[in-house]
Design a protein around this ligand. Structure first.
Ligand SMILES: Nc1nc2c(c(=O)[nH]1)N[C@H]1C(S)=C(S)[C@@H](COP(=O)(O)OP(=O)(O)OC[C@H]3O[C@@H](n4cnc5c(N)ncnc54)[C@H](O)[C@@H]3O)O[C@H]1N2
Ligand code: MOO
Length: 408
């Protein structure tokens, strides 16, 4: 549902300099602005030759990379050429320096004129060591599809193909509203107050998911302040933390009802995180979304991975990744009706469940590289389970074709 909503929302595109495009997503196909190579190019340092040898060496002349077009090469002649240089018209092959020898011409030697002839040490095949123009692509060829993630390699290809800027999907703008009167922003817990663990965690996490986090605001348990923050946010997505349950100061549901938001998800069968929600705010412009994360920190992460991440992925134009399935090393207790998410770490091709996986705990998660999806009733040793990757480990994971799983 979250992924579908994200994909259905029209993406905004913007032009960015190559140097600023890393990590973005192509908003349009990357088509070649040039043939590649743009001209017939020597692949080796050596000799450009015309026709069959031996060849008379064109003296006083070398064809270098980056130079304009050299004079045409007549049949039976050769000229020194460097790797990357444009081969002169009339060139039928390039011979590497180590595959040729030069010999003074008898007549020139006799007259003391110098110069000489070039002899191949082996067979010379027509076209050898010439990279023909457009070998890699022709102008207008589609090199990469819209939706491709901009990696360092994509930047290199785009530059080679003539781009100074790329059209990328604008990063979804996200505001984070951290709710709760009991939260401290520094020091150790005291007098019933606890440290805000979500503010410091969510902004970088959301950035790693491709979001532009425009603000992290701390709001007490104050319905009016929450209403003002939700309606006044200049963002595609507002992520709230805490206040999703039905306690006396849990204001998320009443505020969403008061502002006429449409609840798309109102609680899920997953532990921790069952009170998570997603809503759409209607109004002028593109739809804005609210994802309400429960206050318990691991419950918040559960909502982050299962609601906010797929929504953001859709809004940012990222394709949906293939699910990873990995065998669990140890039995994992399940919930009788709901799915459980359990922090795991990959060891020797197995997902090892970690301790300290309670809804209010981050100790297991901080050591984890994924969250295993444990079906109702639990999983036995060696059962294959889906593992949700964490953004900082997802980049390092590779699919294993045999089982379709992912191992870091
Ligand atoms: N009667 C019921 N009570 C609760 C239920 C239920 O089904 N019936 N569900 C529980 C579950 S499960 C969760 S999860 C929480 C969700 O509650 P809220 O989203 O309303 O969150 P809060 O009440 O605001 O906080 C819960 C807990 O988390 C701590 N918290 C909140 N924000 C932060 C933060 N930024 N950093 C660290 N810790 C935070 C807060 O102090 C509370 O301890 O509801 C249960 N109750
Ligand atoms: O959903 Mo609660 O997250 O079980 O802690």
């Amino acid at each position: 549902m979250a992924a579908r909503q994200g994909r259905a929302t029209p993406a905004r595109a913007r032009r960015v300099a190559l140097a600023d495009a890393l990590g973005g997503v192509l908003a349009a196909p990357l088509t070649a602005l040039t043939d590649l190579p743009p001209f017939d190019t020597s692949a080796m340092d050596g000799w450009a030759v015309g026709g069959p040898g031996p060849w008379e060496i064109r003296s006083g002349d070398s064809v270098l990379a980056g130079h304009g077009e050299a004079p045409a090469l007549a049949d039976g002649t050769a000229v020194r050429i460097a790797t990357g240089a444009r081969v002169p018209t009339g060139t039928t092959a390039v011979i590497r320096s180590e595959h040729a020898r030069t010999g003074p011409d008898r007549e020139r030697a006799r007259t003391g004129e110098g110069g000489g002839h070039l002899y191949a040490r082996g067979d010379v095949l027509p076209g050898q060591d010439i990279r023909p123009r457009a070998q890699e692509c022709r102008t207008g060829d589609e090199l990469l599809a819209a939706g491709t993630a901009v990696t360092p390699a994509v930047l290199g290809l785009a530059a080679a193909a003539g781009y100074d800027e790329l059209l990328t999907v604008e990063r979804p703008r996200v505001e984070v509203l951290v709710l709760g009167d009991e939260l401290l922003t520094s020091g150790v817990p005291r007098d019933g107050l606890v440290r805000d663990a979500l503010g410091p965690m969510l902004a970088p996490w959301l950035r790693a998911l491709g979001a532009d986090v425009v603000a992290v605001r701390r709001i007490g348990d104050d319905a009016e302040a929450l209403r003002a923050a939700v309606t006044g946010a200049d963002a595609d997505l507002v992520v709230t933390t805490g206040g999703t349950a039905a306690g006396p100061v849990d204001h998320v549901h009443p505020v969403l009802a008061a502002v006429g938001a449409e609840l798309l998800v109102d609680g899920v069968g997953v532990r921790p995180g069952h009170p998570m929600l997603m809503a759409r705010l209607t109004g002028p412009g593109t739809p804005r979304y609210v994802v309400g994360l429960p206050g318990n920190p691991l419950a918040a992460v559960s909502g982050l991975l299962t609601l906010a991440e797929p929504l953001l992925r859709g809004l940012a134009g990222h394709p949906t990744p293939e699910p990873c399935r990995v065998p669990v090393r140890d039995a994992v207790q399940g919930h009788p009706r709901d799915t459980r998410l359990v922090p795991v770490v990959h060891r020797a091709g197995r997902a090892v469940p970690l301790h300290y996986a309670g809804p209010a705990m981050l100790r297991g998660l901080a050591e984890a590289d994924g969250l295993a999806v444990i079906p109702p009733g639990g999983a036995g040793p060696e059962d294959d389970v889906e593992v949700l990757a964490l953004p900082w480990t997802a980049a390092a994971s590779v699919p294993t074709p045999a089982r379709g799983g992912c191992f870091t």
